[in-house]
Design a protein around this ligand. Structure first.
Ligand code: SF4
Length: 367
């Protein structure tokens, strides 16, 4: 079977093609050890859930990167949120996963256990209704997520202003993925042969955003979809590119990713947010890797309104999420993994989040 035949059949790739691709990956990785990284937490989970690691050659190491927005939220930011919610008696509105993420002063679920109002919503637009129904209380909407989630939150921010809501404020924890990928490559802590590019993020930002910097590195970056067949096919293409020393950005998620990305979504985000430095758990402050509200919306910005008496000082814990997020260790190399830290008793965000690497290994790859 030729590459062309596989490419043509990609929309409906069957058992035979998958078998062929796996055989080819084994052949391509037979001469030495290779190391590739999937950036995205959804890829991490799908790779673990479908047992893809187990059918790949032992010479091909798949590392997981910092592609889970909940996991990379800095402990300082969780501590700040808890501190201002208590100090100013603010209600917190957020998505589910972040509620159990520990800072060094506990998590939002501890805050709730202490009688504070912490509401979990499925859509950020629900926050408008909560604020309107409780006009005498002030609320913080926690804006968390990579480029995929930001458009919906940008729309919500616009609605807060349009509807004249005065008791709902915004805490931007948004992070941008290309600067983090660049920071990982620049750090040189791990030697990568290739990168599995995130499909959802790339659908929004387009191929061009990755091209702006990947060309400076001698590495292939292959954007992939999330079905097991997509991942197998993508890894096959990635291995080919590595072997042929073809560097740059390649797309195998044809049905979703375009060169320009989703221009409409980009425009909404750009109207509301501007790029800023951001603090990533495990990676520290990465220049130009976050989003903050533009001047026109700064009256909603929690950090500009609710000041602290003293700066947040984070206490160290035994959690090694930072190293997991940088691909330096595998979850089972953390001494707390499984023995103390489990999804029902998480000690770090990578075990809390549905996209966290430690949770993926615990649920699917323990043995
Ligand atoms: S196993 Fe738990 S404590 Fe260890 S790195 Fe993962 S989340 Fe942190």
């Amino acid at each position: 079977m030729t590459n062309l035949a596989i490419t043509k059949k990609l929309t409906k790739i069957g058992k035979e093609e998958v078998k062929f691709l796996i055989e080819q990956i084994h052949k391509l990785a037979s001469d030495r050890e290779y190391c590739i990284m999937e950036f995205c937490g959804t890829h991490t989970h799908e790779i673990s859930r479908y047992g893809i690691r187990s059918i790949l050659p032992k010479t091909l190491d798949l590392k997981s990167g910092p592609g889970c927005p909940v996991c990379v939220t800095a402990a300082e930011d969780i501590d700040y949120l808890i501190t201002i919610a208590e100090k100013y008696d603010l209600g917190v509105i957020t998505f589910g996963d972040i509620v159990n993420v520990p800072g060094s002063r506990g998590s939002l679920s501890y805050l709730r256990a202490r009688g504070k109002e912490v509401r979990v919503v499925y859509s950020p637009i629900e926050s408008l209704k909560i604020a309107k129904q409780n006009p005498t209380r002030n609320y913080i909407l926690v804006g968390i997520g990579f480029e995929t989630t930001v458009p919906g939150l940008a729309y919500t921010v616009k609605k807060i202003v349009q509807e004249g809501i005065k008791n709902l404020f915004y805490f931007s924890l948004h992070k941008l993925t290309p600067p983090a990928m660049k920071a990982l490559l620049d750090a040189g802590e791990i030697k990568l042969d290739g990168i599995i590019g995130p499909g959802h993020v790339s659908t929004v930002i387009g191929i061009k955003k990755w091209q702006e910097f990947i060309g400076n590195y001698q590495i292939p970056f292959v954007i992939m979809g999330f079905e097991p067949e997509d991942i197998i096919y993508g890894i096959y293409i990635l291995m080919q590119k590595i072997k042929n020393k073809e560097y740059g950005v390649f797309n195998t998620y044809f049905r979703s990713v375009r060169f320009e990305g989703n221009v409409f979504a980009q425009k909404v985000v750009d109207e509301v947010f501007e790029v800023s430095d951001s603090n990533w758990r495990g990676l520290g402050v990465i220049p130009q890797s976050g989003l903050e509200l533009r001047k026109e919306y700064s009256h909603l910005d929690v950090k500009k309104i609710f000041k602290l008496d003293e700066p947040i000082k984070v206490k160290k814990t035994g959690c090694r999420c930072g190293e997991v997020l940088r691909g330096v260790i595998k979850p089972y190399e953390c001494p707390l993994f499984e023995k103390v830290c489990r999804p029902d008793n998480p000690k770090g965000p990578c075990m809390v989040s549905s996209e966290g690497t430690c949770a993926a290994y615990y649920l699917y790859e323990k043995e």
